[in-house]
Design a protein around this ligand. Structure first.
Ligand code: XIL
Length: 357
């Protein structure tokens, strides 16, 4: 799958029907021959044999225009998360006006390729529409807005098509055990978390409901606070089923105690998932850093396999050119298992090895 940028441009220039033929051909090769063009048995098949899922965050715009992106997503990943298009600003851009068009590009692809879909995300402090952020709603009105969104999104639209939801995203301040001030906390108080979980459970009783956060992979004040929160939610009878460990790492930065830390959550009866894995490198990436990165990817999958109750690992994108890292963290990049041309990097090989391939 390695190729030059100029070839990539040529590929982009060919007609839609030819693209479709190309994609079908790649999928047919996978079905017929097993090993993929990325090399070896696909990650999704290896993961299934080990009883976990390997997923990727996906973007419908790339899915529609990049044949290699489509092919890798279909071949390699058995689960999918919407990188952006299930966030509030995409789904309810105007009050009471829902738009599922881009999200449904992903659910249709997932159906077609036998992939399970994680829902991301219900309540967050980012990527909210202006009407919601600036609305200055009182508690009663905000609660009814929340219920309408959850009933419509988690219930009516996606029930049966999304198996797990990040109901609460990034509820803690970074580096501390304090809840993060946001629209929900400021108006409804800390009870917003339990309220949202109950509403989501009523909307789709089959969905696995998660709290998802970053910098909680090892033991630290933030993961301690999350642990206390999870324990008290379970004591109160809130329908919390899992903890999402985002897993945005710097190369060499996977905490030694990650498995042990995840295990204390599974000891509470929760499942755990690595939901947004990427391993960024200060650019330009040296061969040695790429090897460190490969070890990190391997360590994360091994940690998940080591913890009964870890359902799997989702990587936050397909190839380095699509990753959010360079635009959010200037000077860093090369964070994913496939490079800018969708060629496999050492990290891809180590994911395969970690899964027993
Ligand atoms: C990121 C997306 O990858 C970017 O495209 C977008 O501009 C900002 O959000 N934690 C999360 C994800 O929970 O939703 C974020 O995704 C990355 C950090």
């Amino acid at each position: 799958m390695a190729k030059s940028h100029s070839r990539r441009r040529r590929v982009l220039a060919i007609s839609g029907s030819l693209l479709l033929v190309t994609v079908l051909a790649v999928v047919a090769v996978r079905a017929a021959a097993g090993p993929t063009q990325a090399g070896g048995v696909p990650l999704r098949d290896l993961a299934a044999e080990r009883g976990i899922r390997i997923g990727a965050a996906a973007n419908p715009y790339l899915l529609e225009r990049e044949p290699d992106y489509r092919a890798l997503l279909a071949e390699q990943y058995g689960s999918m998360t919407a990188e952006n298009v299930m966030k509030w600003d995409s789904l309810q851009p105007e009050r009471g006006v829902y738009d599922f068009s881009t999200a449904d590009v992903l659910t249709a692809f997932a159906d077609e390729h036998d992939q399970q879909m994680r829902g991301h995300t219900v309540l967050w402090h980012n990527q909210n529409p202006e009407w919601l952020d600036q609305g200055e709603f009182g508690p009663e009105e905000l609660r009814s807005i929340m219920r309408d969104h959850i009933d419509t999104v988690v219930g009516e639209h996606f029930a049966g098509r999304v198996y797990a939801w990040d109901v609460i995203n990034e509820p803690f301040r970074d580096g501390s055990g304090e809840l993060r001030p946001n629209l929900w906390l400021n108006t409804l108080g800390r009870g917003y978390i339990a309220e949202a979980l109950h509403m989501a459970h009523e909307a789709d009783p089959d969905a696995r409901l998660y709290i998802n956060d970053f910098n909680i992979e090892g033991r630290n004040p933030k993961s301690d606070a999350l642990y206390d929160l999870a324990e008290s939610l379970l004591e109160e009878g809130a329908p919390l089923h899992g903890i999402g460990f985002q897993g945005h790492f710097h190369a060499g930065g996977v905490p030694e105690d990650m498995a042990e830390n995840m295990r204390r959550f599974t000891d509470l009866g929760l499942e755990v998932t690595v939901t947004e894995l990427d391993v960024s490198i200060k650019m330009p990436a040296s061969a040695e850093e790429l090897r460190t990165q490969a070890r990190d990817y391997r360590a994360v999958v091994e940690n998940c396999l080591e913890v009964g109750g870890c359902t799997g690992v989702t990587v936050w994108g397909i190839g380095d050119a699509d990753s959010w890292i360079p635009s959010w963290f200037p000077g860093r990049g090369a964070a994913l298992p496939f490079d800018e041309d969708y060629a496999p990097k050492p990290a891809y090989g180590s994911l395969q090895e970690a899964l027993g391939g």
